[in-house]
Write a protein that binds this ligand. Sequence first.
Ligand SMILES: [Fe+2]
Length: 187
Amino acid sequence: MNHFDQYGYIVLHDFFSEDELANMYDESGTTNPEIIDAATKRLEGLLDTKLLTNHQKRQAYTKDDTLEYHVDGAACEYALTFTVSQTGDHWPLVIRAVKGDKVVETKSGTAVLYCANMLPHWRPENNTDNQVQGYMYWNDLNTELGSFMQHFELEQRLNITSFMNLKQKENYQYGTTAYERYERPHT
Ligand SMILES: [Fe+2]
């Protein structure tokens, strides 16, 4: 996962099977806990770390939607997004990474993992008709942030932004590798 360590994001082809995508949500839109566990284990293997599972969501986008430029809270240290279904062209995610803006398409089965609490990201105007996008979020128990977050219940973790705001004020400069501060310790 050198690319992820270096740039703060990575595109993961064939991360979810067609079967998993078809069974991702129940009728109320709750993410299938077995698939969350499977995704967590896969990422722990890829990243060689232990993850703290946070929240998940499903978002339906329609034509002319936009997703504004933003950085997420501390519980979004690792964000995974993937396209559950779509009609028309794909609506890409743009991540402001170290070497510039990266436009990422997550067509069926593909997922992108990114440091949503550090790298600004957005979606430009949506020219496609419908796109359902899934999201899952974790903290890394082997980072400074993750080791802090594990002492809080999920509800509390979702409200924590001050830790990162403090760190961002100290360290984050547009287009730098400030997130390296949160890299897992090298062994
Ligand atoms: Fe976000």
